[in-house]
Design a binder for this molecule. Structure first.
Ligand code: ZN
Length: 494
């Protein structure tokens, strides 16, 4: 066998797939930001062409044969090549076990279901989406059977978003988290009684300038990225030095936009720190969605909602909005931290957020196992909300229909959000030891030492380690819920 030829084919193909992926991402970014409405039809066919071409190039026989041959001789590869081959093999194996008709059926059902959901949600029309969700649960179960699993069909879905994750570790972790949060939520909520959301006049143009200034201070480079407006905030990467962040503005409150930008900046800083020479390969890619969220939430919450950050931010807000109630650090701290159990995940605060995720994980695992029927989901949903957050919805749109994930076929995605919180609070314990004057640096708006630490300890590794391995390497400990809960107690109840 010829290792060198196989490696050449392998990397040439990855490079091609990466370029196709970036072109698709650019088309998608434009679709969400500047594309005129009349272009929608043609754009859909362009995106479909990129997707089909990528799929064909990723699954052609010569390429798969090269990957298999390299994977059969992993020990002969350099450590970096080994990571790239190991991860591509894992991903391709998962995909090629799915029959082509199944892939088509899943894609078609997901797309149809998503468009039905988008129309039915504002109308609170559960009956319209229910048959699609039933179908998608069934397809997800079949997907798990095709891909295979050792213990639980849910493992096969978790693995798509969080490589190596298993129900037997993730479920006890999140159940433990849910119970510990139930104990502290009432006392923390009491502390914020009477604190209202900001309500003033905040011109979107000045908000945009404020958001840019903060993102830049955190380390985002506007030579390598842009900030634009879109209906749903996101970050997308169009190349190794091209990161696009989007946000949306509320004219009476600048915080949702600003904290959305801080979150997306966290995602961009992670991608910016991945090794450029490995762009488009697993060594140049994020570990998992959970680790990606650990970075965005570290900047948004552990840094952005800290007392020290409010000391930095209040005078910056005063520059753009003189006389704002948010220009005082103490008032700002209360506003950005306001904890109150609510029905809607995307509006949840730092403390209650994870409960929304715990609820979804428990429900989707039972749906997949056939222990819960979609018809009984709204009732089970409300019982869980009563238990974990003490609230329950009277309608579907802010209940089981609130998130697009399930209706888009993404069962198994939710746990990554809560894992992000566990990962980053564990990292932060180590960081505080490594950077003893972190607090005063943040207060001064000096974020370089923190960003450098993250680059050296997290970003630079690409996919070399799985999430829990990376955490063990950084902290010496197994992934656990304790540090996150202790962090919340220290912040809110000390
Ligand atoms: Zn995120």
């Amino acid at each position: 066998m010829d290792n060198q030829n196989d490696l050449k084919l392998f990397y040439d193909r990855l490079s091609e797939l990466y370029r196709l992926g970036c072109i698709g991402a650019l088309l998608g970014w434009d679709q969400q930001t500047y594309m005129p409405t009349q272009a929608a039809q043609a754009r859909a066919t362009q995106l479909e062409y990129i997707a089909t071409t990528s799929h064909a190039r990723a699954t052609d026989t010569a390429f798969l044969k090269a990957v298999d041959e390299l994977a059969a001789n992993l020990e002969s590869l350099s450590p970096d090549d080994l990571v790239n081959v190991r991860e591509m093999k894992r991903e391709l194996d998962r995909e090629r076990k799915l029959p082509a008709e199944f892939v088509a059926e899943l894609a078609e059902t997901s797309a149809l279901s998503f468009s039905v959901w988008a129309k039915a949600r504002p109308e609170n029309d559960w009956a319209a989406v229910k048959p699609y969700l039933e179908k998608l649960v069934e397809l997800s179960r079949r997907r798990a059977e095709y891909v295979g699993y050792e213990e639980n069909p849910y493992d096969a879905l978790l693995d798509i978003y969080e490589p190596g994750a298993k129900t037997s570790t993730v479920k006890p972790l999140l159940l433990d988290l849910g119970e510990r949060l139930r104990e502290i939520i009432p006392a923390i909520t009491d502390r914020f009684a009477g604190v209202e959301e900001p309500n003033g006049e905040y011109a979107p143009k000045a908000q945009y300038e404020l958001d840019q200034k903060v993102s830049f201070d955190l380390g985002f480079s506007f030579d390598s990225g842009r900030l634009d407006t879109a209906p749903h905030p996101f970050m997308t990467s169009l190349g190794p030095r091209d990161f696009r962040i989007t946000t949306r503005y509320e004219a009476n409150n600048p915080l949702p936009s600003l904290y959305g930008v801080i979150h997306e900046t966290g995602h961009a800083l992670y991608e910016l720190g991945l090794p450029v020479k490995w762009a488009g390969t697993p060594m140049g890619s994020a570990v998992s969605l959970g680790i990606h969220e650990s970075q965005s939430r570290l900047w948004e919450n552990l840094v952005g909602r800290s007392r020290e950050f409010c000391e930095y931010l209040a005078p910056v807000i005063a520059e753009f909005f003189p006389g704002s109630e948010l220009a005082d650090p103490d008032a700002l701290w209360l506003k950005v931290n306001r904890v109150t159990p609510s029905l809607v995940r995307v509006e949840a605060d730092e403390v209650t957020y994870s409960q929304h995720v715990v609820i979804r994980m428990l429900l989707e695992e039972r749906l997949l196992a056939g222990e819960l029927k979609v018809a009984d989901l709204p009732e089970a949903w409300n019982a869980m909300y009563e238990k974990y957050l003490g609230v329950s919805s009277t309608d579907y749109k802010d209940g089981v229909m609130q998130d697009m994930h399930w209706y888009d076929g993404a069962i198994g995605y939710f746990p990554t959000y809560a894992l992000g919180n566990l990962y980053n609070s564990m990292m932060m314990e180590t960081i505080q030891g490594a950077i003893p004057n972190l607090s005063s640096q943040i207060e001064r708006g000096d974020f370089d030492p923190l960003l450098s630490w993250l680059r050296e300890n997290v970003h630079v590794h690409g996919m070399r380690y799985k999430g829990p391995e990376l955490i063990k390497k950084i902290t010496g400990k197994e992934l656990q819920a304790g540090p996150f809960v202790e962090y919340l107690k220290g912040k809110f109840l000390a």
